[in-house]
Design a protein around this ligand. Structure first.
Ligand code: ZN
Length: 311
């Protein structure tokens, strides 16, 4: 008892009637069913109460549950927000700054839509192979394409080895300048030639976030550029976190005892020190589990994915 079930959501949409029915997201009807299930079995904890429990080390109510929504998708404004509002549930939203404030599509999102638009992941692996060879990247990386394949192509809980390979290559295995170029090339070829319009459609806006906060929703940090923080220098991490705090200040979200949600669940010792020095009260990882506030470090709380619970 006293555990906190933190549920993690990403895309929540009417998949069948959307432009990308193959995007890996939660269908709106399944989201509604999951809320029914959670309402019947758990008690939802508002963020301010969670913070009070952490600060005072008090035990939580039985079956406490807290809903978190990563990445600042417009889905969260259009579908999640009205649903939570009508049920009187508070959600916690973690938008990365750049896509929301500057309308830049994150590479991770480009990858999702490339994969959802291509025939299958194998087609994209072959695209990457020809880009890799055309640009003679074996020279600069010291690795053949097949070396990278054996190193990176490992299936995860939710993705095939091919999908993981495409994600890892375009997220961090390729040198930085190349992965951006490859993602842009594939995005223009498979998804859309108008990245700006696509971003407008994909992410919620600061005005929408303000409206959600007005109605009692919580907004916390998910970084500025949505980087794997644990792979960055301390200085870059510090800038990423500070820029996200500036954004939160600007939109009127709390920046004392605030909550950090690590992009990709990735962080290291530097991240934790920076967060402590900036008054962060809780950190959300993607490690799978029910959080135990008495025993888990408060900056490293595990979460459950929506797919871990009945839908
Ligand atoms: Zn994220």
């Amino acid at each position: 008892m006293g555990g906190l079930t933190i549920v993690m959501y990403h895309y929540v949409r009417d998949l069948r009637n959307s432009a990308f029915p193959r995007i890996k997201g939660l269908d709106l009807s399944a989201f509604r069913r999951q809320l029914d299930f959670l309402q019947a079995n758990y008690s939802f904890l508002p963020t301010r109460e969670l913070i009070a429990h952490i600060k005072e080390s008090k035990p939580l109510p039985d079956n406490a549950c807290w809903l978190t929504f990563d990445d600042g998708y417009r889905d969260h404004y259009e579908h999640v927000f009205p649903e939570l509002l009508s049920r009187g549930i508070e959600g916690a939203f973690f938008p990365p700054v750049r896509p929301v404030a500057e309308r830049e599509i994150l590479d991770v999102n480009k990858i999702h839509f490339i994969l959802a638009s291509a025939g299958d992941a194998h087609e994209i692996v072959e695209e990457l192979r020809s880009l890799y060879l055309q640009n003679d990247l074996t020279q600069s990386t010291g690795k053949s394409f097949d070396d990278l394949w054996s190193e990176l192509a490992k299936a995860s809980r939710f993705d095939t080895a091919e999908v993981i390979f495409v994600k890892r290559m375009l997220q961090h295995a390729l040198p930085e300048t190349w992965r951006g170029r490859f993602a842009d090339f594939l995005f223009a070829k498979y998804v859309s030639a108008d990245a700006r319009a696509f971003a407008e459609d994909l992410y919620l806006s600061t005005t929408q976030l303000a409206e959600m906060m007005q109605a009692g929703m919580y907004v916390g940090s998910h970084g500025y550029r949505h980087l794997w923080l644990g792979k960055e220098t301390r200085q870059t991490q510090s800038q990423e976190i500070e820029k996200s705090l500036e954004f939160l200040r600007r939109i009127g979200a709390p920046t004392n005892d605030w909550v950090m949600c690590y992009p990709y669940g990735d962080y290291n010792g530097d991240t934790l020190e920076i967060l402590k020095s900036k008054g962060c009260i809780a950190g959300l990882a993607t490690r799978v589990g029910v959080a135990d506030l008495q025993n888990h470090p408060r900056l490293e709380l595990p979460r459950l994915d929506t797919n871990d619970l009945p839908q």
